[in-house]
Design a protein around this ligand. Sequence first.
Ligand SMILES: [Zn+2]
Length: 200
Amino acid sequence: MRMVNGCLIYEGTEKLKQRIERAKANVGVDHVFDHFGFSYRREGNFSCPFHTDDSPSARLYDNGQHFKCFAGTCAFSGDVIGVVQRVLGCPVVSAVEFIEATFRLYGIELPEVSDEISLTKYRAECERAVMDYYSSIHGKLDEAQKFQFEQVFVSAYDERVTLNAWFCKNGAGNESDFAEVQKWARRMVKGLSAWEAITK
Ligand SMILES: [Zn+2]
C-alpha cells in the first residue's frame, strides 16, 4: 500500500489499469445514471445533471460509454470512470472500487476469450453462464417472487435482439464482437443480481 497523489494505492499500477479497462468494458454511463436516478435519453439531447440546464445540452455517445455536455459554462465530458469521479468527488481508485462493488462485476465468471474459441461458441457459453446464474437465483425464490423475477429476465433477455442487430450491421468475427457479447451478458447479470440479495 502506498500514497500516490494523495490516494492510497493497494496494488500495482498495471493491475489498476486492468480494473479500469474491465470497469469501462462492463459498465456504461447509462448504468451509472440509472443507479443514481438521473434522467437521461439514450438517443438525442437531455438536461445535463451537472449544471442547471434549461435547454438540454448533454448527450451520450458510443452506446452509453461516453457523456458530453455542450453548454459552454459546464462542458463536462467523461467515460464511466470520469462520471463516477464527478458524482462522488473521488479519485480514480475509489471510482473503480465503487463500480466493481455496485455493479457486481464478479457476480458470475464469463468464459475467457481465447484464440481457440469461435464467436458462436463463446456466445453460447456466455448465454449458458447467464442461464446458470438465473437458475441459481430462481431456485431460491417463492412463487410470487419467481413470477416477478421471470418478467425481469424476459425483458432483459430481449436485449439479444439488440445484440443480433449489432452483428447484422457490423458482421462477425473480430475482437469487438466478443466485447459486445460480454457487454450483453454483463447487462443481463446486472438486471438479475439485484435479486440475489433477496435469496440470502
Ligand atoms: Zn453540463
